[in-house]
Design a protein around this ligand. Structure first.
Ligand SMILES: [Zn+2]
Length: 339
């Protein structure tokens, strides 16, 4: 079978379509014949060595959906032909954190496609805990591309204790995580504002239910304060926006952070933090139950998992360049079937 593998860390050109052996499911595992693989910025960063794969060649890809086509020993409750979404959060399954479904704190926590061979392949073997039934309401493209972004956004909102009726500001709304956060915050009954560098993305957010939008490059902290301030600011842009995000928060507000795409360091005004009673909340990925809740919002139609564009499996480099352009609204998917 074929798999797209990183053979180096010189960017998108380091992906090669290789012949690899078909994996057999071990005890407690199923094999999934993928219908769709989903792209994430993680794939672009890994292609640049940020972080570098532990060994090369390495198959990246955190998201996917497909059909069970082989079942390992000791597996109950799955049959050949079952339609499955892959939950990308991997852990040991044995430690106290795993047993209480706080797998993100597991010493062995990892992500499909980063720490384990990923979904840019025809078939993949996964533990059954990572195989989630695909609701009929979702298309293959939606099912195979929302996961990493959806679970990351939901955990941030839950960790930062978002309640209905609160005001949320989503910074840089075009990307997968922030778009998911916007939909989930709306589903939870929050009043949502957004920022973007693109007027088109702001217009899209307003059309989806956001109450207002500001330019990410401007004084959006002051503008948000003019609207009464935010109880919760969702920021995965990082260095370029965090000071404005702190200004945008109300007294006692929370700023939840799950990424730093514009840079990993910024100068923190400590008096601003304590005089204004602010909380900085770090979060990364999510637990299996949070994945299930993120999926449920989409199944119920309360949140959406927009697919900006889907490409054929053979077109991965084009799909990655499209993702890298940052112009898309929503997720990017790879279809395995022709047509
Ligand atoms: Zn564990």
């Amino acid at each position: 079978m074929k798999a797209w593998q990183l053979t180096g860390t010189e960017g998108i050109g380091s992906f090669a379509l290789n012949d690899v052996p078909e994996p057999d499911p071990g005890r407690g595992q199923v094999r999934v014949d993928l219908e769709v693989s989903g792209l994430n910025h993680l794939d672009l960063w890994m292609s640049q060595g940020l972080p570098a794969p532990k060994e090369l060649p390495h198959t990246t890809g955190a998201d996917g959906a497909g059909v069970v086509d082989a079942i390992g020993d000791g597996v109950a409750g799955f049959e050949i032909g079952d339609e499955i979404i892959l939950d990308p959060s991997m852990s040991c399954g044995e430690c106290a954190h795993c047993r209480s479904d706080e797998i993100v704190y597991c010493e062995s926590f990892g992500i499909l496609g980063e720490h384990h061979p990923g979904t840019f392949t025809e078939k993949i073997v996964i533990p059954t805990i990572n195989a989630v039934r695909k609701p009929e309401e979702l298309s293959w493209e939606e099912a195979g591309s929302f996961g990493l972004a959806g679970v990351t956004a939901l955990r941030m909102l839950e960790k930062a204790r978002l309640r209905g009726g609160e005001t949320v500001l989503v910074v840089g709304v075009g990307g997968g995580v922030s778009a998911s956060a916007m939909y989930q915050a709306l589903a939870l009954g929050a009043r949502v504002f957004v920022t973007s560098r693109s007027q088109e993305k702001i217009a899209w957010a307003l059309g989806e239910g956001a109450s207002g939008g500001f330019d990410s490059n401007g004084e959006f902290g002051k503008e948000m304060a003019g609207e009464g301030g935010a109880d919760l600011v969702i920021d995965n842009v990082g260095a370029a926006t965090l000071n404005q995000s702190m200004r945008a928060a109300k007294r006692g507000g929370r700023i939840a952070i799950c990424g730093s795409t514009s840079g990993g360091k910024f100068e923190l005004s400590i008096p601003t933090l304590f005089f204004r009673h602010l909380e900085l909340v770090g979060s990364s990925m999510g637990n299996h139950a949070q994945f299930a809740r993120a999926l449920n919002w989409i199944r119920l139609g309360k949140a959406k998992a927009p697919v900006a564009k889907s490409f054929h499996f053979s077109e991965l480099p084009d799909a990655l360049r499209f993702l890298e352009s940052g112009e898309q609204i929503g997720n990017v998917a790879l279809r395995h079937q022709a047509g």
